[in-house]
Design a protein around this ligand. Sequence first.
Ligand code: GLU
Ligand code: ZN
Length: 290
Amino acid sequence: MNKTSYVGRFAPSPSGPLHFGSLVTALGSYLQAKSKQGQWLVRIEDIDPPRTVAGAAQIILQQLHTFGLHWDGPIIYQSQRTSLYQSYIDRWLEQGLAYYCQCTRREIKARGGIYDGHCRTLHLNAASQRAIRVHCPTPATGFFDQLRGWHPLKPALAHEDLVVRRSDGFYAYNLVVVIDDLDAGISEIVRGSDLLEPTARQCNMYRLLQAKEPDYLHLPLVRDNNGRKLSKQNHAPMLDPLHIQDQLHAALAFLNHPVPEIWKNESPARLLDKMASIWDCQRINWRDLN
Ligand code: GLU
Ligand code: ZN
């Protein structure tokens, strides 16, 4: 098989087992990678201890395996990479691009909801309960999505100094995701459309790191009967280990790739192999589903 330089990834947070919505995301990124003879990496985003559930990462990996979603290379655990994240922050602090911020959520809300750079010139010292923000001198105006086209970023948001370490001392998602994707050489990020806004902000992170952002493809979200995104917070049921095929077929149909009759009895791994050969991300019905 011809190896290409495509590297994709799936990056679940271990706040609980995978549900149908996460299966759709995993499948979309897997098929996009495999249709391009690329690699598909898995990264466990266990960087947010208050939200991490003991044992969830193991369950997620087992679920991926059961659904035939076999990953390439070693699993990356963000919790093992904090000194790398800190080294970036230290460098920005030295360069004067990062600074401590003591604004509370309530204060920011009272000032209009978007952080206005209030502490940028205050030269606050390191202290507990202070976040660290970084200032991007040349903010991005938006980014290109493979399905949706140009996604602009509201100027006020684009200019917002991003939190890189939270006031509770934990590293911010927008920082770690960019460092990890860069480090792994990810060429395209396929994830849910709930992350469209963070993506635009992450583009600023790439600029700070003087790196080119990867390609982006945001999948439509699976919603419950009330129109809410299926999520662990909304208590979406975990994938049912007794009905693997049904759920796999339903997730493929959601992505507008219904399984051809002759492949309906294939094992998950073999089915995914076949589906990768006919996968075309442009078929995804994102306009109706969003
Ligand atoms: N860990 C994030 C989540 O589960 C996904 C982050 C990403 O794909 O960049 O929602
Ligand atoms: Zn502040």
